[in-house]
Write a protein that binds this ligand. Structure first.
Ligand code: 5GP
Length: 203
């Protein structure tokens, strides 16, 4: 299936979740995938990256870990729906998995940065774009400190990136302010239930 066909025949929708690192988009993404209400109608795509695996990350499960050379080859040969360079590493969504998921009539969930989201929007204008943020940048800083995965320098880099990313929030269909996870997820699931076709409407 070509991307043109995806736009016209796909029954599922492309759902993009973006937001600063630490705003909670990965947690919300995981909640959506587990939610029985959506009954396997939403699948994630495993992104490719050139960054090294962290902690217990497994190749092919968390990310497909690629060398820079291989990633650049895949960019040149048009194998990505979208890609971006973030904190000196490449990240991208492979066209192959996009086609496979949409081809099964499922919705495709992407947890990607703002650069990638804008490429998705250009290629698939019907994509549903949702931006997740914290109430303030200060709350974001507190969360990054609390999760203890970044040193002080890395937190400053993420804070600078967050301020730039927030500027892009206006281009999204919805903005979810994640001040409380349960409330934020309730909001997200209402949006998704409204925006993706129910099973019975599918042919
Ligand atoms: P991390 O290295 O913490 O796993 O991810 C860093 C950032 O890369 C996060 O904001 C995440 O959403 C973004 N990201 C992960 N996969 C992709 C992808 O396939 N495409 C783009 N554009 N961003 C991604």
């Amino acid at each position: 299936m070509l991307i043109e066909e995806v736009k016209t025949v796909a029954k599922g929708r492309v759902i993009v979740l973006s937001g600063p690192s630490g705003a909670g988009k990965t947690t919300l993404h995981d909640c959506l995938l587990k939610d029985k209400k959506f009954n396997g109608r939403i699948l994630r795509s495993i992104s490719a990256t050139t960054r090294l695996p962290r902690g217990k990350e497994v190749n092919g499960q968390d990310y497909v870990f690629l060398s820079q050379k291989m990633f650049e080859y895949k960019i040149k040969s048009g194998q990505f729906l979208e890609w971006a360079k973030i904190y000196n590493n490449y990240y991208g969504t492979m066209m192959k998995s996009t086609r496979e998921i949409l081809g099964q009539g499922k919705s495709l969930l992407l947890c990607i940065d703002v650069q990638g989201a804008s490429q998705v929007e250009q290629k698939i204008p019907s994509a549903l774009k949702i931006f997740v943020r914290t109430p303030t940048l200060e709350v974001l800083r507190e969360r990054l400190i609390a999760r203890k995965t970044d040193d002080a320098k890395s937190i400053e880099i993420r804070m600078k990136a967050a301020a730039e990313e927030l500027e892009c929030a206006k281009h999204y269909n919805y903005i979810i302010v994640n001040d409380d996870l349960e409330r934020a997820y309730a909001e997200l699931s209402v949006i998704i239930a409204r925006e993706i076709a129910p099973e019975s409407n599918r042919r």
